[in-house]
Write a protein that binds this ligand. Structure first.
Ligand code: GDP
Ligand code: IMO
Ligand code: MG
Length: 437
């Protein structure tokens, strides 16, 4: 049986438990009014979070989803990689809608440059079968520079002389690499990039500061902090389906490292579970399905990438993968999303384990070769009829108990397999289409 829920919390991490696009943005927005700070701690504008509030659609890539609630401090943590041009466009768009941003950007966050974006595409294409089909946003090459200690951080952009010195070294290194190693005919105007970035720096200056200090001070004063994950567990660079991963730690520990908080300070870790599986990009996906059923879920779930508009691959729920996500993240509760999309399917398969040759696999393999060959073994759960938005609105008024019995069976199976209680069920994209338990 799943353990009791933690209702009282000061700090909460919201994480994707699958392959990204689980609906983290919606859930973070839902909880946004209950917190004082909302903090992104990894990734960059590879993330795409869609929020719907009273019919209006917001698409966010860098700014945390809490932004739609007034009086929240929104933070971009040190673990992030930031394309300043994209960030400024996002700020402009939100301000044009009349929002006032109370934002803090970590001085330790790393900066994405045009050469990172160029290299991202080239490396991914070179890798062929081993590529992840990246979002081409420069994420991997920027994190590579960080690890190599050639990267440039927000704080550097605040000091013209330091920035020029570091930019000169990095630009020349990348130019050499692109021309000599990649044999690329590149068109990068060093002077122009320098000028542009210095201007970006000037505009971002009022927001840049010490995020770790700010949130730790806020915690001491009793403020509530929500950490908003991007990507998902299977895209974590250590625990995901390497090398088909992103370049950051998307799992629970990543929040501490990427924001500068101690693990002892975390009260609640909410795992967002999409009621089926989706994947944008390349990797083995054991429960992937094709044909009519995949099309049914893709159409109903509008499964197209928020960042790249690529169609998302579709699969059934995978308990091998979800139990693994639970082990790595230690969720204290789950938010199950998009359960509405499964309506109208007679029997819904869920993968309980894999077969690798004749071997029964209950744990996710680290070997890519094994993962490629794992075949899902399914159990069938009875489905429920398709419900309209109005049906769900009537159910929301009555609460969880009013959900169709077979839907509750499906949810209970998730709780039992993962050993974690479900804290909320999402039955539509709008903020209001949510049932807290
Ligand atoms: P994220 O990256 O994890 O924030 O997820 P995305 O925003 O990329 O993708 C989730 C998509 O599903 C978005 O278009 C959401 O508006 C939508 N969505 C979220 N929760 C639900 C839900 O419960 N039901 C339905 N039908 N759509 C949802
Ligand atoms: P959100 O936050 C789904 C995938 C890419 C690719 C791999 C590496 O919206 O859940 P990258 O550009 O990060 O180097 O690409 O990861 N990917 C995502 N898939 N949702 C995301 O973010 C993703 N961010 C990256 O498709 O396979
Ligand atoms: Mg997304």
């Amino acid at each position: 049986m799943a353990k009791r829920k933690i209702k009282k919390w000061q700090t909460m991490i919201i994480l994707g438990s699958q392959w990204g696009d689980e609906g983290k943005g919606k859930i973070a927005d839902y909880y946004g009014n209950l917190t004082d700070y909302v903090v992104r701690f990894q990734g960059g504008n590879n993330a795409g979070h869609t929020l719907v509030v009273e019919g209006e659609v917001y698409k966010l890539h860098l700014i945390p989803s809490g932004v739609l609630h007034e009086d929240k401090v929104i933070c971009l943590g040190n673990g992030m990689v930031i394309d300043p041009e994209i960030l400024l466009t996002e700020i402009d768009n939100l301000e044009a809608k009349g929002m006032k941003l109370n934002m803090l950007i970590s001085e330790r966050a790393h900066i994405i440059f045009p050469f990172h974006i160029l290299m991202d595409g080239m490396i991914d294409e070179y890798k062929g079968e081993l590529g992840a089909g990246t979002t081409r946003r420069g994420i991997g090459p920027c994190y590579a520079d960080k690890a190599e200690r050639s990267g440039i951080r927000m704080i550097d952009l605040m000091d013209k002389n330091i920035f020029k010195e570091k930019f000169d070294k990095l630009f020349e290194l990348k130019k050499l690499t692109l021309e000599k190693l990649y044999k690329a005919d590149i068109d990068l105007n060093k002077k122009q990039i320098l000028k542009n970035y210095l201007e970006f720096g000037e505009r971002l200056k009022p927001y840049v500061g010490d995020v770790s200090l700010a949130i730790n001070d806020a915690m001491d004063k009793g403020k509530k902090i929500m950490f908003e994950g991007a990507q998902g567990t299977m895209l974590d660079n250590d625990f995901g389906a390497y090398p088909h991963t992103t370049s950051s730690n998307t799992t629970a520990g990543g929040a501490c490292v990427g924001a500068g908080v101690s693990p002892t300070k975390i009260d609640r870790i909410l795992g967002v579970v999409k009621a089926y599986t989706s994947r944008v990009g390349d990797s083995p996906l054991p429960t992937e399905i094709f044909g009519k059923k995949a099309q049914y879920l893709q159409d109903r779930g509008q499964e197209f990438g928020t960042t790249t508009a690529r169609p998302r691959r579709i699969g059934w729920l995978d308990f091998v993968q979800l139990r693994y996500a639970q082990r790595i993240n230690g969720f204290t509760g789950l938010a199950v999303t998009k359960i509405d999309i499964l309506g109208g399917i007679k029997n819904i398969p869920i993968c309980t384990h894999y077969k690798y040759g004749n071997k029964k696999m209950t744990e996710l393999p680290s070997s890519l070769e094994e993962l490629r060959k794992c075949k899902p073994v399914y159990t069938n759960m009875p489905g429920w009829k398709n419900l309209t938005e109005d049906d769900f609105k009537a159910i929301i008024k009555k609460g969880y108990a009013a959900l169709p019995p077979n839907m509750k069976k499906y949810l209970k199976r998730i709780e039992d397999e993962m050993g974690v209680p479900i804290d909320m069920v999402s039955v539509g994209p709008d903020r209001k289409m949510t049932i807290e338990i």
